[in-house]
Write a protein that binds this ligand. Structure first.
Ligand SMILES: Cc1cc2nc3c(=O)[nH]c(=O)nc-3n(C[C@H](O)[C@H](O)[C@H](O)COP(=O)(O)OP(=O)(O)OC[C@H]3O[C@@H](n4cnc5c(N)ncnc54)[C@H](O)[C@@H]3O)c2cc1C
Length: 344
């Protein structure tokens, strides 16, 4: 338990939440998992360390449940920050409404200044036209927060039941928002501040999900190297295997510390204070380490590690997108460099 191994970072309420998250299990698709998370009270608004303790355990047991959890957070945060649509937020946090967060477009990935989705007035309301892609939970969503351009400024809107089409990414629910004069409610005239604040809040928790996946990989590996015998002894008796496992444990601890530090910095920030660089360090360090840990786990499982049904094979597929979404590693390096060196 993070709250026991790293007590310096937490308050008593984090420990209670971690116990709840560690014992939580849900089955079914995104909709069923969001409903179960809401019923358990896990979707209520909390600080960044809370997101981390929850994600660490959800990702450990079921990456799809972790996805259901965090996308609700990505959907609710901009609405809450803008003070918009409180009834939508209440339903989403109760698990009765699935939300999506629509920022990325075919021509606007890492560079979101390229957003082309247009917002136009329609009497007292608005209509949006454009395509968002790689939108997590789009195929299951009841509503989406969408960033679009109006008169040269990127703003934020909410779209009820957006038209969607599915995309295919392993172990993920993902798709496009196909907006074609689709009615929308304006959330905020200026959207980038909301989008970046939301990412800054959620980014360190991506590190926590990575830590959960990596911790599972280490546990699976420990079990495997004790159970599997070669050369007349368990793999765990081989010096190189022992070294690899120790390396995995060291990497996991460093990833955990980087994540918790980023979460703590976010929670300790004064209102309006930016934490872009520390959030970037936490996400980058933990997701890159988790990839290496899980790769080592696959290696130590041998052929069993690439079988379809093997847990470490599933972890290998689950961890990869974490190094791309919410700021690709290479982009995060530019954020960190800018904090140290100033603008390029
Ligand atoms: C599984 C998954 C879930 C996602 N969920 C959502 C979601 O819910 N909502 C949403 O809005 N988006 C979502 N995304 C989109 C995600 O945020 C983008 O994929 C990401 O921002 C990268 O954009 P891109 O794919 O267009 O890559 P590109 O921008 O084309 O970049 C490709 C690569 O080029 C390099 N690169 C790009 N820019 C720079 C730079 N400035 N410096 C150095 N290197 C650079 C990086 O290596 C980068 O990975 C999701 C993506 C995935 C894979």
């Amino acid at each position: 338990m993070l709250t026991q191994s790293h007590p310096w970072c937490f308050q008593p309420e984090h420990a209670a939440l971690e116990t709840l998250a560690a014992g939580f299990r849900a089955e079914g698709g995104i909709r069923e998992r969001v409903a179960a998370l809401g019923a358990a009270g896990l979707l209520q608004p909390r600080d960044t360390r809370s997101l981390a303790v929850v994600r660490r355990h959800l990702a450990y047991h079921a990456p799809l449940t972790d996805l259901a959890f965090v996308i609700q957070e990505l959907g609710c945060t901009p609405l809450e920050r803008a003070g918009a649509l409180p009834e939508v937020v209440a339903e989403a946090r109760a698990g009765r409404r699935v939300l999506a967060f629509g920022l990325t477009e075919p021509n606007a990935g890492s560079d979101v200044r390229g957003i082309e989705t247009r917002a136009e007035r329609d009497g007292a309301g608005w209509r949006l036209t454009g395509t968002k892609h790689f939108i997590s939970n789009a195929p299951d969503c009841d509503g989406a927060v969408v960033f679009a351009v109006h008169e040269g400024t990127v703003g934020c809107w909410f779209v009820e039941a957006p038209p969607t089409s599915a995309q295919s990414v392993a172990a993920h629910s993902i798709g496009r928002l196909e907006l074609d004069g689709t009615p929308a409610v304006r959330v905020a005239e200026r959207g980038f501040g909301l989008a970046f604040a939301t990412l800054e809040r959620c980014r360190p928790s991506v590190g926590a999900a990575a830590v959960g996946l990596a911790a599972r990989a280490l546990d699976e590996t420990v079990r495997h190297v004790h159970a599997r015998h070669q050369f007349g002894a368990p793999l765990a008796a081989l010096p190189v295997v022992r070294l690899r496992v120790a390396e995995m444990a060291v990497e996991l601890e460093l990833a955990t510390l980087a994540t918790l530090h980023a979460c703590w910095k976010r929670d300790a920030a004064a209102p309006g204070e930016r934490t872009a660089a520390s959030s970037a360090v936490g996400k980058l360090a933990a997701t890159e380490a988790a990839q290496r840990i899980i790769d080592a786990a696959v290696q130590l499982h041998g052929g069993a590690g690439v079988e379809e049904e093997s847990v470490v094979q599933q972890l290998y597929r689950a961890v990869r997108p974490l190094r791309i979404y919410e700021g690709a590693t290479d982009v995060l390096y530019t954020v960190i460099a800018e904090a140290i060196l100033g603008p390029a």
